[in-house]
Design a protein around this ligand. Structure first.
Ligand code: NAG
Ligand code: NAG
Ligand code: NAG
Ligand code: NAG
Ligand code: NAG
Ligand code: NAG
Ligand code: NAG
Length: 206
């Protein structure tokens, strides 16, 4: 078939329109995935007082008046397992004004393994300025960072956190830590606008 210039132009318009539609839907997806829903947390130790257990998930349940609290006076950490790889843009930390809280010197680390070591490749930010009773938003020194685990270390004090919000976009695979049949897994993934992955090598599996 002979393609005239006029036809080419129309095809060009159609392609442009499809691109702009695709672009718009990408923006919508990004926005809805911005605040990461954190379902798995842990901390170095847990303080209890009377009937209250100051457990790690209290920092992510959306109740800004309830805080986490570690027991030991040094080498404290709190960690979120995002169960997937995310590009992380911001980390917001809120702590109620209580006596003896000092976050200066705390380190935010973003990594791919739950191993608790700090290195130049996983250090996101060392906190130098923190205001209590306020939303403190931090960005990694090098801009966004990719990883599965977000950990906050405080080497010299008890670590108290009242709310932690992590903002980012999911990349690649997401782990659902539940035992299901292959069919149930497939249905679950499709119900959540994802697909079930086949994993071919041990590196991806890890
Ligand atoms: C942590 O504290 C304990 C006792 O309070 C002390 O013996 C230990 O040396 C401290 N460790 C570090 C790394 O500061
Ligand atoms: C985690 O893995 C991703 C993908 O392999 C990589 O791009 C990223 O840099 C890693 N993050 C860290 C902190 O090493
Ligand atoms: C610390 O942060 C507060 C606001 O959160 C700001 O007003 C102040 O200038 C900052 N101080 C330094 C030394 O950066
Ligand atoms: C925190 O509380 C102390 C003592 O109650 C007070 O002096 C200080 O101004 C408070 N700081 C903030 C940021 O509210
Ligand atoms: C912190 O941010 C939340 C929204 O994420 C907002 O509802 C709250 O009022 C803010 N708190 C302060 C003290 O700015
Ligand atoms: C899934 O099943 C395996 C083997 O029975 C078990 O070891 C594992 O703890 C289970 N995981 C969950 C999240 O229930
Ligand atoms: C992957 O890991 C399993 C169990 O650790 C091992 O048996 C298998 O040989 C490994 N496969 C490859 C290709 O390394």
């Amino acid at each position: 078939m002979l393609v005239t210039n006029e036809n080419r132009l129309q095809e060009g318009e159609t392609v442009r329109m499809m691109w702009s539609l695709l672009f718009m839907s990408l923006i919508i997806v990004s926005n809805t995935q911005n605040l990461i829903k954190v379902e798995k947390t842990s901390q170095s130790s847990t303080f209890t007082y009377g009937s209250v257990t100051y457990s790690s998930e209290r920092a992510v349940v959306g109740n800004w008046a309830q805080c986490t609290d570690t027991n030991a006076r040094n080498n404290s950490w709190w960690s979120a397992d995002l169960l997937g790889l995310y590009e992380i843009y911001n980390i917001m930390i809120y702590i109620i004004n209580q006596s003896n809280i000092k976050m200066e010197g705390a380190q935010i680390v973003i990594g791919n393994s739950s191993e608790k070591t700090i290195s130049t490749s996983n250090l996101c930010k060392t906190i130098t300025n923190f205001t209590l009773n306020k939303n403190n938003t931090f960005q990694c020194d090098g801009g966004s960072m990719w990883g599965r685990y977000v950990t906050i270390y405080l080497q010299t004090r008890i670590l108290i956190l009242c709310e932690v919000q992590i903002y980012g976009i999911r990349k690649g695979l997401m782990l659902i830590p539940e035992n299901r049949t292959w069919l149930d897994s497939l249905i679950y993934c499709r119900d959540h606008n994802m697909d079930l992955a086949y994993i071919h090598d041990n590196e991806t599996q890890a």
